[in-house]
Design a protein around this ligand. Structure first.
Ligand code: ATP
Length: 357
């Protein structure tokens, strides 16, 4: 039976997974548990180790240390074919001289699935990615979006215990990316698969995944629901990635519960505090541009406008504080370069991190 030839199914566990290239630790002790049916996004900047992690799960790279288990069974010593996972790459990786039908059916042929059963499964998979009628064409006769759908059909037709996707939408234009994003989540829900999805795009990760794993320098910085990460990043690198573009240096003046008053850039602001802080502590204050509003007067951080651009509903710009700190802000009106302004922080919308920015 084709279904029995793979690595089985169940919970995926990465335990202290390490991978070195020479003396460089691309993965530096990754611990992650993925429940059956979950959609997990690995998110992080270029070079943080996301593709290395995915390739280790797929079996395309050997581990330097640690274990990977599926349904309690160790799989990190199995060949990629024996794991039987469905893979989708940025580059589609289709066979150019094979028809769409043959491309999608390739894995089934390798598994020795009987022809009638294979034809039915190819038909169903192409239906899921809305490509009926294209079976006889070659990949080169399809658009980029359609080719990526073929790659997805090829990955899911083998009914893999895990679907692994590495930046599958990067080669598509912005509109198609949004459409395909919704389709990928829809397909995941329909087939009830477990999916691990690599991206450097924060929006993509937040909109697609049940849980997002934020990586940096071969380590996991935070794992959480999209809401958790967006509202409560617990590390300054995660905040950076979640759009808290301004980083200011500050000193704690007062603490009450999870709120603190902080003196920064010549003003006193109130912020949520994720760590136990005390008066006198040096902190980094992270703020999103939309939460730092330019006002004509009043209390706030005095700054000089450096640049500004219109983005539909509002203007967004950069300014420099008196001490030279770069500030990313929002404005309800057009402003001039060099104009003096006062930036007000929306109450409680900053995050504090121990240590200086
Ligand atoms: P990107 O989005 O740019 O692919 P990534 O987060 O997926 O980034 P990886 O491709 O996993 O990053 O690479 C992690 C680190 O390991 C990088 O510093 C990279 O240069 C290094 N690396 C990856 N593959 C190799 C290799 N085959 N040989 C040597 N170094 C490698």
């Amino acid at each position: 039976m084709a279904e029995d030839s793979g690595a089985g199914s169940g919970r995926l566990e990465l335990v202290d997974v390490r991978r070195a290239f020479g003396s460089y630790n691309a993965l530096d002790g990754i611990d992650l548990t993925v429940e059956p049916g979950e959609f997990i996004a690995l998110l992080g900047p270029s070079g943080c180790g996301k593709s290395t992690a995915l390739n280790c799960i797929a079996g395309l790279l050997e581990l330097s240390g640690g274990e990977i288990r599926l349904g309690g069974k160790r799989i990190d010593e199995l060949q990629p074919e024996a794991r039987g996972f469905g893979m989708v790459f940025q580059s589609y990786a289709l066979f150019p001289h094979m028809t769409i039908r043959k491309n999608v059916g390739f894995g089934l042929a390798m598994q020795g699935v009987p022809s009638a059963e294979a034809q039915k499964r190819i038909h169903d998979a192409l239906g899921l990615v809305r490509l009926h009628g294209q079976e006889g064409k070659l990949p080169g006769q399809l658009s980029g979006g359609q080719q990526q759908r073929v790659a997805i059909a090829r990955a899911i037709v083998i009914r893999p215990p895990l679907v692994l996707m590495d930046e599958p939408l990067s080669n598509l234009d912005a509109k198609l990316r949004l459409e395909m994003r919704a389709e990928i989540r829809g397909i995941h829900d329909q087939i009830g698969s477990t999916t691990v999805y690599v991206t450097h795009d924060q929006d993509e990760a937040l909109s697609l995944a049940d849980r997002v794993v934020v990586m940096r320098e071969g380590k996991i910085r935070q794992i959480g629901s999209p809401e958790d990460l967006y509202e409560r990043p617990n590390h300054i690198d995660v905040a950076d990635f979640m759009g808290f573009r301004t980083r200011m240096r500050g000193e704690v003046k007062k603490v009450s519960g999870d709120r603190a008053l902080v003196e920064t850039c010549g003003a006193t602001i109130e912020a949520q505090s994720p760590v136990d802080l005390k008066v006198g502590d040096k902190v980094a204050v992270s703020v999103r541009p939309e939460d730092l509003l330019a006002m004509d007067s009043g209390e706030g951080i005095k700054a000089k406008v450096q640049s500004i651009e219109y983005r539909g509903r509002a203007y967004f710009g950069t300014a420099s504080a008196r001490d030279g700190t770069e500030l990313f802000f929002r404005s309800n009106r057009q402003m001039a370069r060099g104009e003096e302004t006062v930036l007000q922080l929306l109450a409680g919308h900053a995050r504090l991190f121990r240590g200086s920015a």
